[in-house]
Design a protein around this ligand. Structure first.
Ligand code: NAP
Length: 272
């Protein structure tokens, strides 16, 4: 039986968390986990209601899931490929709950296409949503974090960011996805060093293969990969453990969810 519950007096009581890509999949799970510890969570994406997207999952559902369990959440619709929407997202978050304490850059749009055939428009969209949006959102939340000497930015990466090694296979067109995640990781470590003295922590959490609507679209789970599928709770727990940890010792790390939890001696909590 699940013991999942909201603890309004949990370790994140009084904290404001902004989670992107929280209409479904990993972002929804992260939002639920942070809310369980008493954080007030802003969930953002483009899909507000059913019918807005072909994929399952909506921001309204994520908010209902958290509120039904007694937590605090609000939705703010934003298209992260738009600079105007990114600015509005942070302004509206501050207007609703106050300055952001935890920013989780999770949203991603991904196309698997070999380099030779990759359209410029899709390349630019992936770079905008996966690299520039996390960079810009960090710029927007950093002034208040630095001033208050507290804050955590967690960027969700992927093993795709690791360089391919010989023997090479034919590949499945993941070079641009890998480029985005490698850039996100380098951004993370660079920013972690820049803001270390300001008490702001910046980290990467990399999921393994997780069964989400996005993964289903790409058909990534099949007979050859299904034994590697990781419960979504691992990623949510890893993000929570970082965001409630010691910023001075944990900042700048690029972690895979499962080894991080092993190192910390933590079992992932069930989710509300
Ligand atoms: P998903 O099911 O495809 O969900 C992606 C989320 O990003 C959705 O909430 C989507 O919301 C949002 N999004 C996409 N484009 C957006 C835009 N232009 N503006 C705002 N939001 C946008 O993905 P997932 O599998 O949960 O993956 C989440 C993160 O984990 C990604 O960074 C992914 O690269 C990483 N990851 C996943 C896996 C895995 O196996 N699942 C493995 C490694 C890394 P809307 O469509 O409603 O806007």
């Amino acid at each position: 039986m699940s013991t999942a519950a909201i603890n309004p007096n949990g370790t994140l009581k009084g904290k404001v968390a902004l989670v992107t890509g929280a209409s479904r999949g990993i972002g929804e799970a992260i939002a639920a986990r942070l809310a369980m510890e008493g954080a007030r969570v802003v969930v953002s994406a483009r899909t507000v209601e059913e019918g807005d997207s072909k994929l399952p999952g909506t921001l309204s559902h994520t908010v209902e899931r958290i509120k039904a369990a007694g937590g605090e959440a609000t939705l703010i619709k934003a298209d992260l490929s738009s600079a105007e929407d990114r600015q509005r997202l942070v302004d509206a978050t501050i207007g609703t709950y106050g300055p952001v304490d935890i920013l989780v850059n999770n949203a991603a749009v991904t196309f698997f296409i070999p380099v030779q055939d990759f359209p410029e428009k899709r390349f630019k969209l992936m770079m905008e949503v996966q690299v520039y949006a996390p960079f810009h959102l960090a710029q927007l939340v950093l002034p208040s974090m630095r001033e208050r000497h507290t804050g955590w930015i967690v960027n969700i990466s992927s093993p795709a960011g690791i360089h391919p090694k010989q023997p090479y296979g034919p590949g499945r067109g993941g070079t641009v996805y890998g480029m985005c995640k490698a850039a996100l990781e380098r951004f993370t470590t660079g920013l972690a060093s820049e803001v270390y003295e300001d008490g702001v922590a910046v980290n990467v959490v990399s999921p393994g293969l997780v069964d989400t609507p996005g993964v289903a679209v790409h058909g990534l789970i099949n007979a050859a990969t299904k034994s590697r599928v990781q419960p979504i709770e691992y990623i949510a727990e890893a993000v929570y453990q970082l965001a409630s940890g010691d910023p001075k010792t944990m900042t700048g790390r690029v972690d895979y969810a499962e080894p991080l939890l092993k190192e910390l001696g933590v079992q992932p909590s069930d989710l509300i």
